[in-house]
Design a protein around this ligand. Sequence first.
Ligand SMILES: Nc1ncnc2c1ncn2[C@@H]1O[C@H](COP(=O)(O)OP(=O)(O)OP(=O)(O)O)[C@@H](O)[C@H]1O
Ligand SMILES: CC(C)(CO)[C@@H](O)C(=O)[O-]
Ligand code: BAL
Length: 316
Amino acid sequence: MTEPTPGLPQAEPQLIRTVADLRSALHGHASVGLVPTMGYLHQGHAQLIRQARAENRLVVVSVFVNPLQFGAGEDLSRYPRDLDHDLRLAGAAGAQLLFAPTPEQMYPDGFVTQVQVGGLAGRLEGASRPGHFDGVATVVLKLLNLVQPQRAYFGEKDWQQLAVVRRMVQDLNHPAQIVGVPTVREPTGLALSSRNSYLSPEQRARAAVLSAGLRAVQAAWAAGERQPEALLQAGLWALQQEPELQLDYLSVVDAELNVLAQLGSSVPSSEQTAATSVLHNTDMTTATAAAARLLIAARMFGVRLIDNMPLIPVQP
Ligand SMILES: Nc1ncnc2c1ncn2[C@@H]1O[C@H](COP(=O)(O)OP(=O)(O)OP(=O)(O)O)[C@@H](O)[C@H]1O
Ligand SMILES: CC(C)(CO)[C@@H](O)C(=O)[O-]
Ligand code: BAL
């Protein structure tokens, strides 16, 4: 493969539709980076592809809206799709192969095997979207097996997904290195996401409240608050300035995604709209806080959005 020439537009990647064609296109390639996506690519995906291109000779982007990770009543049928746009964006970012299989290619008749990650996959997104991470783990393992990359790239925007994939790869001894890539945001703070396309420009501007809520928790920590529930209450106050926001959860988790404290309507055993579940009763130590992550899921204008940040911002 030739290196991209700075300043020149890159060629579109080769479009591959079948498992057989993928196998022959990959034959003989020893340095391969995989970027799994569901398409409708944006600059967050471009960042993953650019990093993959910097670290591998061949970059494969997969575009597959994976039916297995959508629950009944979720947005599988209306999920945005635009393969021509994806080919252009993936090419400009440096991908050479774009694998866009049909569901029949990935799940032929008779397909019955699934990967189930225990523990961390049952919390947070896993609790709100039962079966979601079984679908993610299954398709990611299939993609890793098909492409056999040295490295596979995932966005920190989906923090729990990244942790689930790391766990699976470690537990099942897959040799691929899993690389996490920081979240790309709009200037307002809103994390880029394909589902943002469901929102009007005004709604998108208002959806920046999710990141504002996370920043309010960070500010409370910086101001000296150490009690997990009080930290989250500071975030809740910021979130409540937006009447359209319906909170699913606002959580602080440790490095293993154990929930230290959580607020929201998805907290078990409560009829309140913003129930609290505090699992870590004492003030947070600096060591716990240094590894802690804030995770949020909320619905705005009928669209479910997620975001996350470290409790203590990383210095640039
Ligand atoms: N803003 C972003 N910054 C960095 N990585 C991202 C960003 N958005 C998505 N990714 C990563 O891109 C990969 C493919 O994600 P996906 O195709 O689901 O896009 P998405 O924008 O997250 O879509 P959705 O709106 O369905 O959540 C995932 O590893 C995801 O974490
Ligand atoms: C990793 C993934 C491509 C699996 O379908 C998907 O969950 C996504 O796009 O984040
Ligand atoms: N990036 C997350 C994929 C999903 O919501 O299904």
